[in-house]
Design a protein around this ligand. Structure first.
Ligand SMILES: O=C(O)COP(=O)(O)O
Ligand SMILES: [Mg+2]
Length: 251
């Protein structure tokens, strides 16, 4: 029966995944952990972040900032997006103005997490390739855990990740290397056999701090061009990821 045949095929696949893998030449090694940044690396989330900032500016009778400017402000949580966009349009209000704007930002964004945002299909294809080879996959993001988890739920891809850690998951966050190393450990991996893929200075900073090799993507956000971030390698698309990971000795 076709159904039973299919079950049989899956059983074979699962057995293959459970076997110790030979990573590298000749020796049995720890399964590698591939860690993705979320905003601008794994997913195109700028449209909803931009919509949130434009709404906030409009609520405060401020003009819009451009989408390009907004993309440059993404990478270190809501703070720089608010300070940058209000700084450009008359300044952050005095007193408790920033805290008030932050509360408004978070409340609005919570309702618009995936109106227009979606994962890059090529990133998902790469994750499936790495998973099929037995790698662990994780997300280390400077956005709040609950927002990241809800986006993964909406996109129905949460099952692809062994760990997801946000800006509030630990008392430290990227560029602090502990955010990355603790994410790797939570995935059941070893920081000594891992790879970080990101788009911002926070990602490269965390990787350097944790002693983890790092690949920067050119299609992400932030104000620094990928080639100037100081990553070990730069890729222009996920089609180049496997070769880059191999060059770095991770797979
Ligand atoms: O939301 C942000 O500013 C950054 O998020 P990221 O760490 O996933 O890029
Ligand atoms: Mg990012």
């Amino acid at each position: 029966m076709p159904c039973r045949r299919r079950q049989g095929q899956f059983k074979h696949c699962f057995k293959a995944l459970q076997k110790p893998r030979h990573w590298g030449k000749g020796s049995v090694m720890t399964r590698p952990t591939i860690v993705f940044d979320l905003d601008g690396t794994l997913a195109d989330t700028a449209p909803d972040l931009y919509q949130t900032v434009c709404w906030l500016l409009a609520m405060e009778n401020r003009p819009r900032v451009t989408f390009e400017r907004m993309k440059g402000l993404i990478g270190d949580g809501a703070g720089p997006m608010i300070r940058g966009s209000f700084g450009d349009t008359g300044g952050v209000p005095e007193g408790d103005g920033f805290e008030r704007l932050l509360r408004m930002f978070l409340a609005y964004y919570a309702q618009h997490l995936a109106d227009h945002s979606e994962p890059f299909p090529e990133a998902l294809a790469a994750i499936l390739r790495f998973r099929a080879r037995g790698a662990k996959i994780a997300i280390c993001t400077n956005k709040r855990y609950e927002f990241a988890a809800e986006q993964l739920r909406i996109w129905r891809i949460g099952h692809l990740f062994d760990a997801v850690k946000g800006a509030d998951s630990f008392p430290f966050r990227k560029p602090d290397g502990r955010h990355l190393s603790e994410t790797i450990k939570a995935a059941g991996g070893d920081p000594g056999r891992a790879l970080m893929i990101g788009d911002s200075s926070a990602d490269v900073g965390a990787a350097r701090d944790a002693g983890v090799p790092c690949i920067a993507v050119t299609f992400g956000y932030g104000s620094t061009p990928a080639h100037e971030l100081g990553a070990d390698l730069v890729i222009e698309g996920f089609g180049q990821l496997d070769a880059a990971a191999r060059r770095l000795g991770v797979i």
